[in-house]
Design a binder for this molecule. Sequence first.
Ligand SMILES: [Zn+2]
Length: 314
Amino acid sequence: MVPRENGGIAGTSLRRNMSRTIGVTTAEGIATGLVEGEELVGKLRMHEEEPGAEPLFSTPPAGIAQRLAQEIAAVAAGSPVDAIGIGMPGIIQDCFIEESPNLRQLKGVNMRDLVVEALRDYRITAPVYVYNDANVLAAGLAATRGILDRFIRVWTLGHGIGFGVYPPRPGIWEGGHIVVSLDPRERYCGCGGVGHLEGIMGYRAMRLRFLDMEPDEIFDNARKRDPRCVEFVKLWHRALAAATATSIHQAGPGKFFISGFNAKHLDLNLLHQYLSEMVKMSPLQSYVLEVVPSSDEDAVIGAAVSAAQSVSAA
Ligand SMILES: [Zn+2]
């Protein structure tokens, strides 16, 4: 047996066993990074759109795959990698995109096949995995905080409302579309469903509700005691409390992270107050809420760590 504390040999073999994976996220543009074990090597590569280039939401699926392959090849820089993990928006089962309200052209597309095909031009043959982007963020938060052995959940408050879980569990987990209102007038969700969390909290939904002000102004005006905005900000917090309470009643208490560019509007005390009114069974009250800054780095690490786990499970 090699004495581990005596340096060289064990250290070298540990390093050789550590996976080299590439993580990609498409949340706000394309961010790509090389990850060894659970750590980012070097800097994140951010895809810079050439002036006049087609934006991602109007690019056909094969074009998106080509752009992803280009970024992956640039980060691999000719060195072999063990696996590639990509986070994308939508309902994704086994790398197949069943639904993607924000990149509608991807519905029904097997993204893995397209990226594998596009990577052939770069002679990259590592296995490719595609995951829901909120799930990769959950994996990244667990990895960077050293809690890969725990069950965690994350809300992302952005244009839509994402919900990610780690470790991956069978099921759909579209927490952003949890029904939090029985009012038939609540119909602002991007998916078209009535009464959904995203229909209250989503950026686009807030713009539709308040045609005369931007979401940031709604929160500003609530601080200035504009009655309509004050009422809405309460509803916004109650909606997140309701969806969180629903998740607690189904999957149990535990850690909830809250991220995304609109998390800046969150009043954690108010959320706690509403949640305590909604969760009354004592075994369920040990939940923890934590607001974390939006980080492409966490998501890229999560995509890479998920890919490494998929490889070892295969
Ligand atoms: Zn919905």
